[in-house]
Design a protein around this ligand. Sequence first.
Ligand SMILES: Cc1cc2nc3c(=O)[nH]c(=O)nc-3n(C[C@H](O)[C@H](O)[C@H](O)COP(=O)(O)OP(=O)(O)OC[C@H]3O[C@@H](n4cnc5c(N)ncnc54)[C@H](O)[C@@H]3O)c2cc1C
Length: 367
Amino acid sequence: MTRVIIVGCGIIGATIAYELSQIPSLTITVLDQQPPAQGSTGAALGVLMGAISHKVRGRAWQLREFSLRRYETLIPELETATGTHIPYNRQGIVLLRLDEDNEAGWRSLAETRQQQGWSLELWDAAQMQTHCPQVAPIVPAVYSPQDRQLHPAYLTEALVTAARGRGVTFLLNTPVEALALDMNISECRGVHTRQGLQEADWIILASGLGTTSLTQDLETPLAVGPVLGQAARLKLSQPMGHPDFQPVITGYDIHIVPLGQGEYWVGATVEFPPDGGELAVNPENLTPVLEGATALCPTLAQAEIVQTWSGLRPRPSQQPAPVIEVIPGATNVILATGHYRNGVLLAPATAERVKVLMGLATDSPLL
Ligand SMILES: Cc1cc2nc3c(=O)[nH]c(=O)nc-3n(C[C@H](O)[C@H](O)[C@H](O)COP(=O)(O)OP(=O)(O)OC[C@H]3O[C@@H](n4cnc5c(N)ncnc54)[C@H](O)[C@@H]3O)c2cc1C
C-alpha cells in the first residue's frame, strides 16, 4: 500500500482526498489543525467563473474546463454517497457590462467558447431587463448558462463524509509542525505532529496560508500571502426578479448570489495587506460592496443583513495562482495550494493534476 498524507482539509485537501480514495492501492490520511472548511473555504461564495472568464487556452483554461465538467458529475455522486443535499445553482452567471463597451472582445470570446463546446450569450440592454428585471442599470450583459455556483462548506463536508466512507482517515485538530525532510535522498519521510512522526510515501500540501511555514526550510520555499475578503448574507421577504430564474449576478466585481427563500450572499472585498503591515478586518470596507450591490439591484436596500464574515484568500507571491507541482528538492512532496480567488472553481482540476503528478492518471486530459 502507498501511504499518502494530505495536509489541509479545505476544499482543496478534501477534494484530493475524495478523488484519491477511489484508488484502492492508497492509504490516505488528512491532517488539519482545525475542523474541515474553516480556512478560506469557509468564507467563499462558491461562484465558478469558468466559461465567462477570459482564459481561453493553456493551463488556465484547461483547469477551468476540467473542473466545470467534473462538478456536473461530482455533485450528484456525492449527494448519492452521503444522502445530503449540496446547494448547486445551475442557472448560470449574468455579468453586467457596466463600464466598458468591449462588444468585439465578448463576441470573440463567445465564438471561441462555441468552438470549445461551451455557450455564452450576449444580451442587449432590453434582453437583460426582460431576463433580470431586478437589475437597475440599463446595460448589456453576458450570460454564461454553463457556469455554476455551489456552497463550498457543504461541499467540503460531503467530500469528507464520502472519503471517510471509502476508508480515508481524518486527523482533525492536528497541526502539522514540520515536514520530515531527508536531504540525503531528496525525499520527505512524513510530517511531524505533536503526536510524533506520521510516515508517508507521498505528502500533499493543501495547506493554503499554512504553506509558507511548512516550506520555509526548503531550498525553494513557497510564500503564500493573505488577501482579505469580506461578504454578507442578506434577507428579503421574497426573491428578486423572476422566481424561476435566479442566476448569480455580477457587476463591479461584486457577486449577488441567490440562496433561495429571498436570501443572497453579497461580496466580496479584495483587500491586500498594507505595505509592511498586517491585514485587519475593517467592517467599513464592506460598505462600498453593499452599496454597489444595491446600485445593481435596488430592492436589496430593503434587505436585512443577517450575517457578515471575512476570510483570507491564499495568494502565492511572485507566481501565478494556483501552485500545483512537485517541490524541487523533495520528490515526494506535492504543492496543491495558492488558489487565491478561484480555489472552489479549481478544486476538481487540482485533484486531477495531483493524480497526474503521482503517476496515477496516465490518460488524463490534464497530463
Ligand atoms: C470572501 C471570499 C470569497 C471567495 N469566493 C470564491 C468564489 O466565489 N469562488 C472560488 O472559486 N473561490 C472563492 N474564494 C477563494 C477560495 O475560498 C480559496 O481559493 C479556497 O478556499 C482555497 O482552498 P484551500 O483548501 O487551499 O485553503 P483553505 O480553505 O484555507 O484550507 C487550508 C487548510 O489547511 C489547514 N492548515 C494550514 N496549515 C496547516 C498545518 N500546518 N497543519 C494542519 N493544517 C494546516 C488550515 O487549517 C485550513 O483548513 C473566496 C475566498 C474568500 C475569502
